[in-house]
Design a protein around this ligand. Sequence first.
Ligand code: B1M
Length: 209
Amino acid sequence: MDLIQNIYREVVEGNQKAVKEAVQAALDANFGADVILSDGLIAAMGEVGSLFEQGEYFVPEMLVSAKSMQEGLNLLRPFLVAQGIEPIGKVVIGTVKGDLHDIGKNLVSMMLEGAGFEVVDLGTDTSPEKFIDAINQHQPQLIGMSAMLTTTMPNMRHVITALESAGMRQRVKVMIGGAPVTETFANQIDADGYAPDASRAVALAKSLL
Ligand code: B1M
């Protein structure tokens, strides 16, 4: 378990190179990618959030921790994403307008790819217009929206309104997630589903198809 604690500590401290080495060491010691992810990388970002809330960390510290986590995630990618399978559906995904958080959204994308979905990732700060253009271009069965700020959550509703105005609401199912998002909120904005984490996002996406 020391190897996982190393990963946790290096992410909290924002040591990118050390995180890469620690994740590789855990993989070499046959720890599962799921354990490295949940007990190492994700748990560490929770700690970073707490330190930010307590005023011990500021945005630059959060940023270097996020970059470190991303380095670790890159190493786990091949274990989370299966190769060479026929897509079971197409998802257009993005973090909503005004929101720059992308780690959770990237993780959901990776897990969806791993489950056989083709994923079109629009990145962060995605406007309703960009979602509409991407739906027209890629014809997905599903769209996924991520929001990490209470101030950007309402932008999910704006995307759904834009879909309705464009007469496209019946063409796609809408799934949402992100730390402040809840099932109740999903119902309030007429989304088709909410998932609290990446693995349940995969189950939800399959059930919505
Ligand atoms: Co920000 N930030 N941040 N931040 N940041 C939070 C979210 C915050 C909770 C920290 C805190 O106060 N404790 C707080 C939000 C408070 C609120 O709104 N109530 C906050 C704040 C305030 C801010 C700024 C406003 C700070 C400032 O500038 N003063 C600013 C906003 C910038 C902006 O977006 N416009 C800001 C900036 C940043 C950084 C850029 C420095 C960096 C992001 C870097 C990046 O993403 N590339 C950052 C980080 C790293 C965090 C914390 C520490 C970690 C987020 C994270 O990556 N978690 C975060 C604190 C926390 O969450 N505890 C915090 C790990 C990730 C795997 O989890 O994203 O929750 P998560 O994803 C999960 C689930 O939510 C779910 O599955 C994922 C995997 O299991 N999920 C989905 C996510 N999307 C989904 C979509 C789905 C389904 C499930 O379907 C489509």
